[in-house]
Ligand binder design. Structure first.
Ligand code: KIV
Ligand code: ZN
Length: 385
């Protein structure tokens, strides 16, 4: 089974989510949890962007021992120097340099010719390689770049010392089959790519970040990048908890493994949500409040008989204690009885029937029937003559 490296960028791309601003201590707390989660590489920030980010990246690199810590840098010597000062105390220092390669970015943002972009990229990678044992180079907006230009610039940066090449879908534009094609094209056409890891970095503008990442893995990506809860610029990045659980649950299809400790998923998700202030949507895959909640009578009955009828992931696998049978207007008598028993009520069948009917009446009046409501109904029935 092939091993895929997990590159977490919650503290860099994730922190670029609108409205998120983590302080040094919050970043360190998240970094320690990411280490427990088992990521291979964590991007702790962008050291040249501010003194605060520099300090946080440095403290994380000096503290975290079980994974490689990296920091983002533009193709400037000053950014690379700043990254080295922040990261040099790390267990396995690594820099992440990026430069845009798409016609749109080269023309309008960089205002450079393709030849100038190649020259800048090569110079920056060669300079970084004098300091860093590992250099990752990203072709920003790779999915809207010309394939043959990509092949050319990638060959040059590998010659200059890059050992990981990232092909980001910066604006979340690609589709699973296109992204797979890009990885295959680069692997087959870059002459010196042997021993070099190709990395996938997907954004979720069209809701395809996780599918695109899985597709890249199948097409030969040896590293996937993403964030916890899928937070990040605009619609966010690929959610690492979703990718890792998909690889585990669909082992029949994906013959790949990561070093992630899936049981740490819930704790990691909760911490990131709390410290960033970004709430996890209730219906979010794997970690949403409703991901293991069953509301309809048919589903509840099925799950009570055999959980696998409606659950493909066991809550335990991702660090959640149990599933949750939510009592609402679609619920049936089986789940109601189970809830009453879990509260410690032992009602006769007749009383239980009456209580169930009061509960059904209430679902017509209230959007959400709480445990307190149920408790009150059951207490009434138990105490009445
Ligand atoms: O999405 C992107 O292109 C990035 C780069 C900095 C790698 O985040
Ligand atoms: Zn990104």
């Amino acid at each position: 089974m092939a091993r895929v490296n997990v590159f977490d960028t919650t503290l860099r791309d994730g922190e670029q989510s609108a409205g998120v601003n983590l302080n040094r201590l919050e970043k360190i707390e998240i970094a320690k949890q990411l280490e427990r989660f088992g990521v291979d590489i964590m991007e702790a920030g962008f050291p040249a962007s501010s003194q605060e980010d520099f300090n946080a990246v440095k403290e994380i690199a000096d503290t975290v021992r079980n994974c490689s810590v990296t920091g983002l840098a533009r193709s400037f010597k000053s950014d690379i120097d700043s990254a080295w000062e922040a990261l040099k105390g790390g267990a396995e220092p690594r820099i992440h340099i990026f430069l845009a390669t798409s016609p749109i970015h080269m023309t309008h943002k960089l205002k450079k010719t393709p030849e100038e972009v190649v020259e800048t990229a090569v110079e920056s990678v060669a300079y970084a390689k004098q300091k860093f044992p590992h250099v990752q180079w990203s072709a920003e907006d790779a999915t809207r770049s010309d394939y043959d230009f990509l092949v050319h610039i990638i060959e040059k940066v590998i010659e200059a010392g890059a050992d990981v090449i990232n092909l980001p879908d910066t604006v979340g534009y690609t589709t699973p089959d296109e992204y797979a094609k890009l990885f295959k094209y680069v692997r087959e056409n870059v002459r010196n790519s042997e021993g070099v890891i190709l990395s996938a970095h997907c954004h979720d503008d069209l809701g395809m970040a996780v599918s695109n990442s899985l597709s890249a893995i199948e097409a030969g990506a040896g590293q996937i990048e993403g964030t916890i809860n899928g937070i990040g610029e605009r619609a966010g990045n690929a959610a690492l908890e979703e990718i890792s659980v998909a690889l585990e649950i669909r082992k029949d299809r994906y013959d790949f493994q990561t070093g992630l400790v899936l049981k740490e998923i819930k704790r990691t998700s909760d911490l990131v949500s709390k410290l960033t202030g970004m709430q996890v949507p209730g219906n979010k895959a794997v970690v949403g409040r409703n991901a293991f909640a069953h509301e309809s009578g048919i589903h509840q009955d099925g799950v009570l008989k055999e959980a696998t009828t409606y659950e493909i992931i066991t809550p335990n696998m991702v660090g959640i204690e149990s599933n949750n049978l939510v009592l609402g207007k679609h619920s049936g008598r089986h789940a109601f009885k189970q809830k009453a028993e879990s509260f410690g009520f032992e009602l006769s069948e007749a009383k239980l029937k009456e209580a169930f009917s009061s509960f059904k009446d209430l679902t017509g009046k209230k959007k959400e029937v709480t445990d307190e409501d149920l408790f009150a109904i059951l207490t009434d029935k138990q105490t009445e003559n």
